[in-house]
Design a protein around this ligand. Structure first.
Ligand code: NAD
Length: 251
C-alpha cells in the first residue's frame, strides 16, 4: 500500500497504458483521477476497477478544460501527489509530404502541449505534496520512427521537457521523469495492426522486435510509474527510463 491516502492524476486513463497505471495505483491504495475524452470507456473502466476513483471527461487538447479538470481534482480530493501525462495519439504511418503542418500541430497539441500545460496547472498542488510528474514518452523519442515524424518529435519534446522541468522543480522536491516504452499491447497498438492487411502477422512482427520476445503489458508500465512516484526512486529525477524489453540492444 505505497500510495494510500494519496492522489494520482492519469490523463488518457480509460484504456491502454493509462488504465494499466490506474490498476497498479488503485491496488496500492491511491485515489485515481482519470482525465479522458472517452466518457463511455472511462465509466466502464472505473466500474470494473471499483473503489473511490474519479473520472473527468476532458479533451487534453483543450487546455482550458484541462486546467479546470486539474483544479477540480485538487479541490475535490484535497491533494495531488502524482501527475501521469499519458494521453496521446499515434496517427497512421504517413510520409512527411502527406502530413500537413496542421496535422503535425494537432499531434504536438495532444501529445506534448497537454503534457506542458497539465504540469503547469498541477504545479501548485505538487509543490504542496513534494510530488512527482511522469511523462509517457516513447522509444521513438531517441530511435525515431519511419513515416511518423510528427509523432516521434512530440515524444522527443516530452523527453527534453522532462529534463528541463526536473532541473527547475528539484529545489521544491518535485521529481520529473519519463518512461519510454517500445511496444505495449494496448487498443492503440491493436487498432494500428487492424489497419494493416495482416494484423496477426503485424502483431507477431512487433512482438519479435523485443529480444524478450513479446510486447509489454500495460501494468508493467504502471509498475514503473509506481516506482517513479514512490520513495523507492527518491534519488531519480530527469530520467527517461527505457522500457523496451531490450529492443534497442544489439543494433
Ligand atoms: P490507447 O489509444 O490505447 O489509449 C489512450 C487513451 O488516451 C484513450 O483512453 C483515449 O481516449 C485517451 N486520449 C487520447 N487522446 C485524448 C485527448 N485528446 N484527450 C483526452 N484523452 C485522450 O493508447 P496507449 O497505447 O495506451 O498509449 C498511451 C500513451 O503511451 C501514448 O502517449 C502513447 O504515445 C504512449 N506509447 C504507447 C506505446 C504502445 O506501444 N502502445 C509505445 C510507446 C508510447
Amino acid at each position: 500500500m505505497r500510495f494510500q491516502e494519496r492522489v494520482v492524476i492519469i490523463t488518457g486513463g480509460a484504456q491502454g497504458i493509462g488504465a494499466g497505471c490506474a490498476r497498479v495505483f488503485s491496488n496500492e491504495g491511491a485515489r485515481v483521477a482519470i482525465l479522458d475524452r472517452d466518457e463511455l470507456a472511462g465509466r466502464r473502466f472505473l466500474d470494473e476497477l471499483g473503489g473511490q476513483h474519479l473520472l473527468e471527461v476532458v479533451d487534453v487538447a483543450d487546455i482550458a478544460q484541462l486546467h479546470a479538470a486539474i483544479d477540480r481534482v485538487g479541490s475535490t480530493l484535497g491533494r495531488i501527489d502524482c501527475l501521469i501525462n499519458n494521453a496521446g495519439i499515434h496517427p497512421p504511418d504517413t510520409p512527411i509530404e502527406q502530413t500537413t503542418p496542421e496535422e503535425a500541430m494537432r499531434v504536438m497539441q495532444i501529445n506534448f502541449i497537454s503534457t506542458y500545460a497539465a504540469s503547469q496547472y498541477a504545479m501548485p498542488f505538487l509543490r504542496a505534496t513534494r510530488g512527482t510528474i511522469i511523462n509517457i514518452s516513447s522509444m521513438t523519442a531517441i530511435l525515431g520512427q519511419k513515416n511518423s515524424a510528427a509523432y516521434a518529435a512530440s515524444k522527443g519534446a516530452q523527453l527534453s521537457f522532462t529534463k528541463a522541468l526536473a532541473l527547475e522543480t528539484a529545489p521544491y522536491g518535485i521529481r520529473v521523469n519519463a518512461i519510454l516504452p517500445s511496444n505495449v499491447d494496448t487498443p492503440l497498438m491493436r487498432a494500428w495492426a487492424a489497419s494493416l492487411p495482416n494484423p496477426e502477422e503485424a502483431l507477431e512482427r512487433i512482438a519479435a522486435l523485443q529480444p524478450i520476445g513479446r510486447m509489454a503489458q500495460p501494468e508493467e508500465i504502471g509498475r514503473i510509474c509506481l516506482f517513479l512516484a514512490s520513495e523507492d526512486s527518491s534519488f531519480i529525477t530527469g530520467q527517461g527510463i527505457q522500457a523496451d524489453g531490450g529492443a534497442a540492444l544489439d543494433y
